[in-house]
Write a protein that binds this ligand. Structure first.
Ligand code: TYM
Length: 316
């Protein structure tokens, strides 16, 4: 029996934070190590073009995500690591998918509405098409399982709908991709408002942050009892101390300075080996990984596109 394929991606807009790590990368790692799966992990650089970006830094940010992947333990011998724009079949497939997707559906997605609120002057065709391209990323590999955080669920629902439509209209055999969830599927912002996010300054801890940076960021995190952000991080990084701090909070004598110091050390302990590994990676090695990954990914994507064209009645 052939293996179930997995696909996931992270946008190349800045360095990865612990939300990306806990919500996505940890799931990507778990599936990479399971021989039942064939894993494809990409840098979503085309999706990063849907919000304002700096063209001078753009290519470097793409490499930076590959570095974060390798530092976290993704292994080019076990997973196909590649850059989305180097497999142009994703864009081609997204176009075919757009013919079975209504504008009404795309503009009603909560993720779309959020972006419109954040960046009202950047409501482009590419932004509306974001979920269609994401469906193409996944379905180009006929991936049945997608390790992503809970915030991506609306996009997965859109991908399932596109798969169903394509199968019903053209007789393709796309699976309906499901989310592979991790314990950290929702990491809250350090500020206590909403989720940890690259686009919100002060909300995140980067995978590359040193101990002093982590301490400084946690120092600013509110300790209001109604805000559960710190407790969520304790649960994820220092689980064995949950009971101790919960009891302290109940009695009203919890020492947040102690909690923050313990949490800083626990987070840093998990990040330190990745940072050491990251520092040893050379640009030549990164470029080699990217080149090989694109070749391997294209083999699969080209096949899917050919099949879709045939089934849609397009001259091949
Ligand atoms: P992006 O770049 O916004 O986020 C990358 C991954 O990190 C997860 N994540 C979080 N998980 C838990 N808590 C948080 N606070 C948090 N913030 C981010 C996201 O859920 C995601 O898994 N559309 C995708 C990129 C993409 C993609 C794909 C993913 C493009 N094509 C195909 C899977 C399959 C995105 O915006 O990721």
């Amino acid at each position: 029996m052939s293996k179930t394929r997995i696909l996931s991606g992270i946008r190349s807009s800045g360095r990865l934070h612990i939300g990306n790590y806990l919500g996505a990368v940890k799931g990507m790692l778990a599936l990479q190590e399971d021989s039942a799966y064939e894993t494809y992990y990409m840098v979503a650089d085309l999706h990063a073009l849907t919000t304002p970006y700096d063209k001078e830094k753009f290519a470097e940010e793409t490499r930076s995500v590959i570095k974060d992947y390798l530092a976290a333990g993704l292994d080019p011998e076990k997973s196909v690591l590649f850059v989305q724009s180097q497999v142009p079949e994703h864009v081609e497939l997204a176009y075919y998918f757009s013919t079975v997707t209504t504008l009404a559906k795309m503009t009603h997605l909560p993720t779309y509405k959020e972006k419109v609120k954040q960046l009202p002057d950047h409501v482009t065709m590419a932004l509306v098409n974001y979920p269609v391209l994401m469906a193409a990323d996944i379905l180009a590999y006929k991936a049945g399982l997608v390790p992503v955080g809970i915030d991506q669920e609306p996009h997965l629902e859109a991908a399932r709908e596109i798969a169903r439509r394509m199968n019903a209209d053209f007789g393709t055999d796309f699976p309906e991709p499901k989310r592979f969830a991790t314990k950290g599927e929702y990491v809250p912002s350090l500020s206590g408002e909403g989720k940890m996010s690259k686009s919100v300054e002060g909300s995140y801890i980067l995978l590359t942050d040193g101990l002093d940076e982590i301490r400084a960021k946690l120092a600013k995190a509110p300790t209001d009892e109604r805000v559960s952000n710190l407790f969520k991080l304790v649960e994820l990084f220092k689980h064995e101390r949950m009971e101790y701090y919960a009891a302290g909070q109940k009695r009203g004598d919890i020492r947040y300075s102690e909690l923050k110091e313990e949490l800083s050390l626990a987070i840093y302990e998990e990040l330190k080996p990745m940072q050491e590994k990251r520092n040893k990676l050379t640009d030549e090695y990164i470029d080699e990984v990217i080149k090989k990954g694109a070749e391997r990914a294209r083999k699969v994507a080209v096949e899917t596109v050919r099949e879709v064209k045939e089934k849609m009645g397009i001259l091949v």
